[in-house]
Design a protein around this ligand. Structure first.
Ligand SMILES: Nc1nc2c(ncn2[C@@H]2O[C@H](COP(=O)(O)OP(=O)(O)OP(=O)(O)O)[C@@H](O)[C@H]2O)c(=O)[nH]1
Ligand SMILES: [Mg+2]
Length: 421
């Protein structure tokens, strides 16, 4: 269709300021990594980060998160940008804010305030495709909103009645339940939440039935931090396209595919990635999505070895698995993206101690293989390095599990002709 009648103005990108704390528990390097991730989240949601503020505090200030002076500094920055006709769209805080903190900060800065949780929820709302995912996200959003209703009221009055700049439908942080819906009072929200819960229970039941009808096949789940390459690997192993991109939370809904390696069929599922500082409430809301992980016979824990912080990511994933009751399962640790691994080579005469940044890929592999008693693999899903090795390891493990779980099931030994798929 011809578009010549229309003048398409350039989509206006909202700008964002990030705020994080350096505390006893979180040193400056950590804080910067967290803020890198927060910036990636903001970018995924469609905002451009123009400035970061950090402050050293023993712990977050219960009234305004940062101290009074720092808040003043942020306010000053926003004002000066405004004067230069560069309006700041929002301020995003790296930790979950209380109702009180949001109210006070907003009163001071008079600008849209988000925190890590509401930003993640916003991305989830943007990404949700199926009825199941949409219901789960909506429930999680109400859970977040409920204790902060006060804030939402004042927030929306300003959004609706103000100059109109930056607000409105579809902007970062305001997707999901529409503005009219937000005018509901607490009681109505609670009613809506119980309706959503009923709906999810219904979906859970259907899913459980579906899972039961899948037959006697071993179930393997891909788990891992967000953006590590789970969906890319799923596509590779199942030979059918699964959505993957270089954004956070590209996958929200679980995909289950039947995969056959040699003569062995099994089920492989790809599911939502995990992230740091993800509130348990949010994880709970994804119960039915995560059932797939909980009921898996074998986990393939995918790690992005090219990420500077992959070790902490492994810990976050293990902790989240424990939180959802999926720890203690047979697991293979799969280090992905070996093609993108980089390290800082040390000069021969440099006698300062080597740090993890100085390890070559070979050294790192050795360390992990010793630690995992060889129960790990190093691959590149994108460059197809060591994928055959991965397949044969998965084949062995699935076969063992299959014989254990279904000793009388002989269809393992039929030979499948790959060309018949
Ligand atoms: N360099 C490199 N990039 C890869 C590799 N595997 C995947 N990627 C890229 O990493 C990004 C994320 O891949 P996905 O498969 O979407 O990752 P995911 O784990 O499914 O991510 P979420 O669904 O968002 O949690 C994409 O841009 C991929 O192309 C790899 O082996 N090497
Ligand atoms: Mg994915």
């Amino acid at each position: 269709m011809a578009m010549k009648e229309f003048v398409i103005s350039e989509a206006q990108v909202e700008t964002a300021i990030l705020v994080g704390l350096v505390t006893k528990a979180q040193d400056e390097r950590k804080t910067n990594e967290y803020l890198d991730e927060l910036a990636f989240l903001a970018e995924t949601a469609g905002a451009e980060v123009v400035k970061r503020f950090t402050q050293k505090l023993d712990q977050a200030n219960s009234v305004t998160y940062v101290g009074k002076g720092k808040l003043e500094e942020i306010k000053e920055y926003i004002r000066s940008e405004e004067e230069a006709e560069r309006e700041i769209g929002m301020v995003i805080f790296d930790d979950e804010l209380s109702a009180k903190q949001i109210r006070n900060i907003e009163a001071e800065l008079k600008i849209k305030i988000l925190d890590r949780t509401s930003l993640i929820l916003d991305i989830f709302a943007m990404r949700a495709q199926t009825a199941n995912a949409k219901t789960q996200v909506e429930l999680a959003q109400y859970k977040y909103m409920l204790p902060r209703l006060q804030r939402l009221w004042t927030h929306l009055e300003r959004q609706g009645g103000g100059s109109g700049a930056g607000g409105g439908k579809g902007s970062v942080g305001l997707r999901g339940p529409g503005e009219t819906q937000l005018e509901m009072d607490r009681r109505i929200i609670l009613n809506r939440m119980s309706l959503l819960k009923e709906r999810l229970a219904e979906i859970d039941k259907q899913k459980a039935t579906q899972r039961k009808n899948r037959g006697r096949l071993i179930r393997v789940a891909l788990v891992g931090y967000t953006n590590v390459g789970k969906s890319t690997l799923m596509t590779l192993l199942s030979k059918s396209e699964v959505f993957a991109e270089n954004k956070l939370f590209a996958t929200l809904d679980t995909t289950v595919r039947k995969v056959i390696i040699e003569n062995l069929p099994f089920l492989l599922s790809d599911t939502v990635g995990f992230i740091r500082k993800l509130p348990t409430d949010l994880v709970d809301s994804f119960k039915s999505t995560l059932d797939e992980v909980r009921e898996a016979d074998l986990l393939l824990h995918i790690v992005d070895i090219s990420h500077p912080d992959f070790e902490e990511q492994i810990e976050v994933v293990n902790k989240t698995l424990a939180d959802i009751g999926a720890s203690g399962k047979p697991m293979i640790l799969v280090f992905n993206k070996i093609d993108a691994y980089t390290y800082v080579a040390k000069a021969e005469d440099d006698l300062t101690p080597r740090t993890k940044e100085n390890l070559t890929l070979e050294e790192l592999m050795k360390t992990w293989m010793a630690k995992m008693e060889d129960n790990c693999l190093f691959i590149s899903a994108r460059e197809r390095i060591n994928v055959e090795e991965l397949k044969s390891v998965v084949y062995q493990r699935v076969k063992e599990l299959h014989v254990q779980k279904y000793p009388y099931n002989d269809f393992l030994y039929q030979t499948y002709d790959e060309s018949e798929e």
